[in-house]
Design a protein. Sequence first.
Length: 270
Amino acid sequence: MVITRKFPILRCEEDQCTEIHDPVVRETGLRIILMDSQGEENFALIRTIPYEPKLLILGLLFTSRLVSTPLDLIQITVRSQLAKVRVSETCNIREKLAALRPTARLVTGVCGPEESAIGTWQACDLPPVEAPYSVQLNSIRKAVQSLNAEMEIYRETGGTHGAALADQNGDLVILAEDVGRHNAVDRVIGKGLEQAEDLNSLMMVCSGRLTADLVLKVAVAQIPILASISAAVDSGIELADAAGITLIGFVRGGRMNVYTHPDRLALPTA
């Protein structure tokens, strides 16, 4: 599958301009239809790169709390920009879909209409994330640096976000890129589920802002540490604190901001 296209552009540096063909990431629409014995239900239309859609779908349905394991997906058929997903009857998808609103990213496919990050977490009725181990600061830096170095599509086009699961030493286990930061996280979680990884023993590193909806995906997956090269926003910090997630932003060079639950980090003593 071709993920990039080349466009003729005028590249200007200072006062010098040159005509070149520049690689640009491809973006396509993907409509997801859920199916059970009663028929079909429209779930979502997302914008994504044309690559491994089944992993994205698995991760999205899992973090939306519509399915619990890969075995809940009986069949996924993708043709062009349409994906039809037959879901196990035990998932009760119609009941879950009826509780969702398509008007707010924070609650779409998650826990129902709540106005605040804390309210959303309480509505989810999820256990707090627990992981009795500590991680070295250098492991966080190593994982984020490896993510930046290994985002091949970004290096070619500058047009993607990245996310990765890393072990406690900072070594990457799974990496994914997409045009949207949420999609990148969903892809990584989907791949982790497919490979039967112990998500609770891993940490997530990503390139995007740490908002409540992104933190909630990590909480659903019971991943204890979420770190990014970018900033956190207030809703993301509040939800991470309530969910028991160690939230870290601005991981750049030797610097990082630890917003919540620093007890999982092996901090230097004074």
